[in-house]
Design a binder for this molecule. Structure first.
Ligand SMILES: Cc1ncc(COP(=O)(O)O)c(C=O)c1O
Length: 398
């Protein structure tokens, strides 16, 4: 029996994440790494987790270690409703669900909406984990132009019409409007409103993924698209990974009731339920106000690192290299002059002691973004950020 012959079409469509494949190269000890797409462990409130976990184990063990509801631990769902309401997002109980990270939310949304060949519109560039979920469902991914103000709405209209003319079923548009991974771009308020107008015109569902909205440096971002939406055409996902810790695997989805009902069934098949233990920890963080304390802690932490990276880029980078100027989140997006290739430069960069993620895996089409790269300022301290940018500039100049 050749197990290779048994694989489903969907499994054939899956690709090992280009970023994970590269981690063998970029995770060398001693290297200055601008590569990982992770929050810094220095921000995890470990002492609070320790205290909360002891209390939960002592007082709530029978619930915490039991299966919990597929939709999530009921008191957490209530607390999430208040948390979202504070962002202007109203919801009925039937519109809410806890997921094991937003990644699971994205996967489940895709499962219930996408048949092979259906179109999913994505930003160019877009979050690579979402692209993996869409690819696994054998979606036809279509990139839409993105600039420093947000989505190119003319391009969106053009592409939707073109796909429909070809007879393709356009299922939804996926956007990360705040401090996007990988570009750091935030959609301006006018673009959000324009997007809703275009979505109304085009009869389009929007999947809004917002794990970074609270990781702003100075001013909060404009309201969530879901908060501006009057028509129920936005499915909103957010996560506690970047504020508390990704190891808690706790996130939430708020969206149209009919979709949530199907997503609940898909979740039963996927994992029955999330972790009642993790969900109780997140609940305690919400009830104790720890989450707000955390937000206040991480904002200056990442702001300082981002400023150091932007200043170093200004000092060190040769003419022709450009980059985004994020006002929150974890990432800066760098563009080399046309014709340069970030992937083939990586080996020299690693030899020079600095790593980054080449940009192509973040695009729907394989031939896009060869001259781009994602840099995170989350991992290294300021002296290393400055040193790393110096090394990177040297490699680019060579
Ligand atoms: C845009 C975006 N969405 C979703 C996720 C998944 O986060 P989690 O599954 O930890 O909630 C990430 C993680 O990096 C992300 O950057």
């Amino acid at each position: 029996m050749k197990t290779q012959d048994l694989l489903s079409k969907s499994a054939h469509a899956m690709r090992f994440s280009a970023i994970r494949r590269m981690s063998a190269v970029i995770e060398k000890p001693g290297i200055i790494s601008f590569a990982p797409g992770q929050p810094s462990p220095e921000t995890f409130p470990v002492a609070d987790f320790d205290r909360i976990l002891r209390r939960v184990v002592a007082e709530e063990a029978s619930g915490a270690f039991q299966y919990t509801q597929t939709r999530g631990f009921a008191p957490l769902l209530e607390a999430v409703a208040d948390y979202a309401r504070a962002k202007g997002i109203e919801s009925h109980p039937a519109e809410r669900m806890i997921t094991e990270g937003s990644q699971q939310g994205l996967d489940l949304v895709t499962r219930v909406l996408v048949d092979p060949g259906d179109v999913v519109l994505v930003e160019s560039p877009s979050y690579v984990g979402a692209l993996s979920a869409f690819r696994a469902a054998r979606a036809r991914m279509v990139g839409v132009g993105l600039d420093e103000e947000g989505l190119d709405l003319d391009d969106l209209r053009r592409r939707v019409r073109h796909e429909r003319e070809l007879g393709h079923h356009v299922k939804f548009l996926y956007v990360v409007p705040n401090y996007q991974n990988p570009s750091g771009i935030t959609h301006a308020l006018e673009r959000r409103l324009g997007l809703l107008e275009a979505a109304r015109e085009l009869e389009l569902l929007i999947v809004e993924d917002d794990p970074y909205g609270d990781v702003y440096f100075d001013q909060p971002p404009p309201p969530a698209i879901r908060a501006l939406d009057k028509e129920g055409r936005v499915l909103y996902l957010s996560s506690f990974s970047k504020i508390l810790a990704p190891g808690l695997r706790t996130a939430f989805v708020i969206g149209p009731e009919t979709l949530l009902a199907k997503i609940e069934i898909a979740k039963q098949a996927a994992n029955l339920c999330g972790s009642g233990l993790d969900q109780r920890v997140v609940l305690a963080c919400l009830r104790e106000g720890l989450i707000e304390v955390q937000k206040e802690r991480i904002r200056p932490y990442y702001r300082g690192k981002c400023q150091a990276m932007l200043a170093a880029l200004s000092r060190e980078m040769p003419a022709g290299v450009t980059w985004t100027h994020p006002t929150g989140g974890l990432f800066v997006w760098l563009r080399l002059p046309e014709g340069r290739d970030a992937e083939s430069l990586l080996e020299a960069a690693v030899a020079e002691g600095v790593a980054y993620v080449p940009g192509s895996p973040f695009f729907a089409a394989d031939d896009d973004g060869a001259n781009t790269m994602r840099l995170t300022f989350a991992k290294e301290d300021v002296p290393k950020i400055e040193d790393g940018v110096r090394r990177l500039a040297k490699v680019i100049n060579a």
